[in-house]
Design a protein around this ligand. Structure first.
Ligand code: ZN
Length: 429
């Protein structure tokens, strides 16, 4: 299905394309040895801004669009195809307690664990699945280590489309259950490379619609879905009263969320809604982007990776789109260890009342490092994107908590249990 204007363009060479079914990156750059994602072309100019935060009513008297689809004019999908579970419009919370202990006066957390399937992937999947309906796709397929699969399965269910999910053994049971309960056909294969290869055959031979990346080396995911992440930027700016933070930290594997959020800020600047852009920071477990920046290379470096509590970002290779967001914004990439991450998960929950997935709380480890390494000033506004809820993997958390003491219902035993298990001795008479 060809149209007369370019609807996708290459993030590296700028070549425009008319075919909406391009999910393997720029063919021109691939010939030159670069694996680069395409990005949706939307008309963005200063004239777009006045109606941008428009009211959410629908003309036919149906309930209004809220959350992500409040920004439907900035999405690459016809309004008749919108598939929504109420994603977006998540809270931006000021972390007073944690911020004070880290010497940060304006530390904020964008709590994406509040989305319908408890991760920011819902923003991506709402747009990707809406586009699948517009393109008359019959079957949606995806390769995932967890959250992306759960979200795709849920939105495919809502859209009435079949969904085949490829995953690897090293995924928490909670997430496998989530994917299956939404009606997806969940298939486990030995390695990440295996799932990409099998998925690619299904796309080539059966015409299935991909909701994730499947190229090796990776280019990133379906460019239509990435547009959904722009709304994280829109919401942050709206929630900060119309200004941009100094820093935005995004847990990063292949950089769909990092690039999508960055694109949102750039659009706001182009529309004159903000006068300056934030620096984007990739929070990485193993650091392919950190390594690439260190080397000053245009090709993303491969680093060694192993299994990790941060299973959603336990990758040793990243993408051009992620690198582009970091370079354009003058940002950086920083890593944290499993031990640091689990400590932060506990600290965040116990000091702020927020339970984030290990792969998400790493954004706060990196916030702390920005401050201790001197990159962020004490009064800089720093936004950490908490990409997913801790409920996705309670088993890993339970391992760092003491078994709850079981006692006879007597004060003496209570006193002993509080002291011995929790070191709690005050306020006991
Ligand atoms: Zn290109």
């Amino acid at each position: 299905m060809a149209t007369t204007k370019n609807i996708l363009e290459c993030l590296r060479c700028g070549t425009g394309y008319q075919d909406p079914w391009m999910f393997e990156g720029c063919p021109k750059c691939a010939e030159e040895g670069h694996n680069v994602n395409l990005s949706a072309v939307l008309p963005v100019g200063s004239e777009t801004w006045p109606g941008f935060f428009r009211a959410n009513e629908q003309p036919n008297g149906e309930p209004g669009w809220d959350g992500l689809w409040r920004y439907r004019d900035m999405m690459p999908v016809g309004h008749d195809y919108i598939t929504t579970l109420g994603e977006g419009q998540t809270p931006l919370l000021r972390l007073e307690n944690l911020g004070e202990s880290l010497g940060m006066g304006a530390l904020f957390l964008k709590d994406e664990g509040r989305n319908p399937t408890w991760s920011y992937k819902d923003r991506f999947c709402s747009v990707a699945v809406s586009k699948a309906r517009e393109l008359k796709a019959k079957v949606i397929t995806i390769s995932t280590s967890g959250n992306h699969g759960a979200a795709t399965a849920a939105y495919a269910a809502k859209a009435g489309l079949r969904c085949v999910v490829f995953t690897i053994p090293d995924v928490p049971d909670t997430i496998k259950t989530l994917m299956q309960v939404y009606g997806a056909y969940l298939i486990v294969v030995p390695t990440a490379q295996d799932r990409w290869a099998l998925m690619r055959q299904c796309i080539d031979q059966f015409g299935w619609y991909p909701a994730s990346g499947y190229m090796n080396p990776p280019v990133g995911s379906n460019p239509w879905g990435i547009e959904g992440y722009k709304t994280i930027a829109y919401e942050i700016v709206a929630q900060l009263g119309g200004r941009s933070p100094e820093w935005v930290i995004v847990p990063t594997a292949y950089g769909d969320g990092l690039y999508g959020t960055w694109k949102g800020f750039k659009e706001l600047k182009a529309m004159g809604a903000i006068d300056r852009l934030p620096k984007m920071v990739a929070a990485e477990r193993f650091g392919p982007l950190a390594r690439t920046l260190e080397l000053g290379s245009e090709q993303v470096s491969q680093v060694e990776a192993s299994s990790s509590v941060a299973f959603s970002i336990a990758n040793g290779i990243s993408t051009y789109q992620a690198l582009k967001a970091l370079k354009e914004s003058g940002g950086l990439a920083i890593t944290a260890s499993d031990e640091e991450i689990m400590e932060m998960q506990k600290t965040l929950a116990a000091s702020e009342g927020i339970y984030g997935e290990a792969s998400s709380v790493i954004a706060l480890n990196i916030a702390a490092k920005l401050r201790t390494q001197g990159q962020a000033a004490a009064d800089d506004t720093v936004v950490a994107v908490l990409t997913s809820s801790g409920l996705k993997d309670t088993v890993a958390t339970a391992e760092i908590l003491p078994p709850p003491p079981q006692i006879a219902p007597e004060l003496a035993e209570l006193r002993q249990a509080l002291e011995q298990t929790y070191d709690f001795t005050a306020e006991l008479g």
